[in-house]
Design a binder for this molecule. Structure first.
Ligand code: CU
Length: 121
């Protein structure tokens, strides 16, 4: 006599909720991206509203930094990253209006400028 084995497979249905999360109006400050490629910051200059966060990503095969300049031997406001290995990122929030030059400490020819403006009311 043969017994039929009945395999009961419990199918667990993943109950993915139907409702998609609504896109909520973002109150977060704007964010922009700069890449480092071929020894240059791209874009090399950009204009942003105060409070904007800038993220640099090193897409080169060598290390770079994102460094504020020295002025009369004093550090001024601006980004001051550690050495960024290939693939690393660095983020800095510009909270003051002004024109901010920066560069790579390892490659003096690599420079960039961020102009920070007052947000529109
Ligand atoms: Cu560099």
């Amino acid at each position: 006599m043969r017994w039929l084995s009945l395999l009961v497979v419990a199918v667990v249905v993943g109950c993915a909720s139907e409702g998609r999360p609504q896109a909520t109006p973002s109150a977060a400050p704007a964010a922009v991206s700069v890449v480092i490629r071929d020894g240059q910051f791209r874009p090399q200059s950009l204009t942003i509203a105060r409070g904007t966060t800038v993220t640099w990503t090193n897409l080169d095969g060598v290390s770079h930094t994102v460094s504020r300049p020295l002025e009369r031997g004093l550090q001024v406001a601006g980004p001051d990253s550690p050495v960024l290995a290939p693939g690393d990122t660095y983020t800095y929030a510009y909270d003051n209006v002004g024109i901010f030059d920066y560069g790579c400490r390892l490659h003096p020819g690599a420079t960039g400028t961020v102009t920070v403006t007052v947000p529109r009311p």
